[in-house]
Ligand binder design. Structure first.
Ligand code: HEM
Length: 495
């Protein structure tokens, strides 16, 4: 018993110390409690009432910076579009996107520090991956169609129920594997399974923040255990990496038959960035990128829920896809003409954003906003995305889903999903805006276009809402299903 009291007293002392330590933020107004210990009540409330609190902060401190306590320390939140602009203009030496992300997922302990100190995988996404959306389009489309056929089955004349998030996640992971390494490895069930498990595994890294730093390496092994997946993936990649390195040694950088896939671009980029190419290193980066693309499955799941609960959207979207197919067939150019669908996904991202606080930045050097507010080094700073996305002045009837909100009669004037704006930040904004958004947009639209012209669909309405909010992000309702039935397709070439 005495030990228990001593333990509790110790915890209280540490909590007090941590609370007081943050007093360098005392000049910034607080939502909820700011005093030591009581702030833990706010932190606890934030865990389950985050959306409400973030919206409250947006209204209470218009265009200002404020803070709130969370279980992971103080979050400094900047309201308004001008702050998005200022945060984007700041240099990496002042505000660091990657350090904020590293600390959120504790990547040092799950994937290793090189992912943060030498993030060459970002160049891969930004450059060759985006450039090759067109050349890889046919493979992407073929893999998506094959995967949906396997998962949904024939569905002729009968409704087939499919657990929606798990199914889409599997399709996305099959596409990822195909575009990452090509045949035959992409069809290896164990490899695909490893690619598919990355987000579940890496998200567990968030729990490491509750441990003192010196215990995190051990906790990472016990709680996250990404090392097992990475080693397994590395042994599968080993012969492929070796063969590619051998070919380069024998025939030079542009060797005949050099594959055009993510693994190859990653190997090239690693060498440019001065990192020795190893199968383990490649596994780490591919695993991370698969995790990064998890948003595709989440957003497409949300799109299917909205479509099936608001079936009035199905026909106009279907008409658009059928017109596109009759003119362009399944091509990147055709997909880029789907303006209604672009607006539909843009509204999905506004309403079901992956996280309510965007532009997460670790303040590396004291940072001062134009209004004189000082954000001390070591703070975690965010833009209030949820507040902006549901601001009536920016988005009238903001709490109602309006799938064609962004459609413009003159489609050249339509602001596209992939174009972040100061008031539209689901992909971030500016120099750190998601480099994978182009890939994501083409994949999401191609999959939805295929589903919409191939099947009729409906859902179990009682399973709404699809998501549960915890802290900054939502989790998808894993129980929810969508029912598909094959349509008669009037001779259109659907796949
Ligand atoms: C619907 C799908 C996706 C959503 C909603 C999404 C969203 C985001 C957001 C909000 C950020 C942070 C931006 C910021 O800090 O300002 C980000 C960063 C990033 N995303 Fe995505 N993403 C998606 C898909 C992808 C895909 C498919 C890839 C790659 C294959 C990818 C790779 C990355 C990378 C590498 C970064 C870090 C960029 C940097 O720090 O400069 N994302 N993403």
């Amino acid at each position: 018993m005495e030990n228990a009291y001593a333990f509790l007293t110790g915890i209280l002392v540490i909590l007090c110390f941590l609370s007081f330590r943050k007093s360098k933020l005392s000049h910034i107004p607080t939502l909820g409690y700011s005093t030591p210990l009581l702030s833990y009540i706010t932190a606890y409330q934030f865990h389950s009432r985050s959306r409400e609190m973030i919206e409250q902060g947006y209204r209470k401190y218009p265009n200002k910076v404020w803070k709130l306590a969370t279980l992971h320390g103080w979050f400094v939140v900047a309201n308004g579009t001008h702050h998005v602009e200022e945060m984007n203009k700041a240099s990496g030496k002042e505000l660091s996107a990657i350090l904020n992300f590293q600390s959120y997922l504790q990547l040092d302990f799950t994937l290793g520090p090189a992912v943060t100190t030498n993030p060459y995988h970002i160049n891969v996404v930004r450059s060759p991956m985006t450039r090759n959306i067109g050349p890889q389009f046919e493979d992407m489309h073929e893999e998506a169609v094959d995967a949906f056929k396997d998962i949904i089955g024939p569905a002729h004349g009968e409704w087939t129920a499919v657990p929606i998030f798990a199914s889409i996640a599997e399709v996305v992971s099959r596409i990822n594997a195909r575009l990452a390494v090509g045949f035959p490895l992409c069809r290896d069930a164990a490899f695909r399974q490893l690619m598919g498990s990355s987000s579940k595994v890496l998200l567990r890294g968030r729990q490491l923040r509750f441990f003192p730093r010196f215990l995190r390496p051990i906790a990472a092994k016990l709680i996250v255990d990404s090392g097992a997946d990475l080693s397994a993936m590395a042994s599968q990649l080993e012969p492929v990496v070796k063969q590619r390195l051998d070919m380069e040694r024998l025939h030079g950088f542009d060797w005949p038959g050099k594959p055009n896939d993510t693994l190859m671009w990653m190997m090239d980029e690693a060498q440019k960035a001065g990192e020795k190419v190893t199968a383990y290193g490649m596994a780490t980066r591919l695993y991370f990128l698969t995790f990064a693309s998890d948003g595709i499955a989440m957003m497409l799941s949300c799109a299917l829920y909205e479509l099936t609960t608001r079936p009035e959207y199905i026909q106009p979207l279907r008409d658009e896809v059928e017109e596109m197919l009759s003119q362009d067939g399944w091509t990147k150019e055709g997909i880029s003409k789907l303006h209604r669908m672009d607006s539909f996904f843009k509204e999905i991202h506004r309403c079901y954003d992956l996280t309510i606080l965007h532009l997460g930045r670790r303040v590396v050097k004291n940072f001062v906003f134009a209004d004189g507010t000082l954000i001390p080094a070591g703070s975690d700073l965010f833009s209030n995305a949820y507040g902006m996305h549901f601001d009536e002045e920016l988005y009238p009837s903001s709490h109602s889903f309006n799938g064609f909100r962004f459609v413009q009669e003159d489609s050249t004037k339509q602001l596209q999903l992939i174009k972040p704006g100061l008031d539209y930040v689901p992909f971030g904004y500016g120099k750190h805006a998601c480099p994978g958004r182009f890939t994501a947009a083409y994949q999401m639209k191609t999959m939805l276009a295929y589903l919409i012209v191939t099947y009729d669909m409906k859902t179990d309405k009682e399973l709404h809402p699809l998501s549960r909010f915890l802290e900054r992000g939502f989790s998808v309702n894993m129980q929810a299903t969508v029912h598909f039935q094959k349509r008669r397709n009037d001779g259109l070439k659907l796949s």
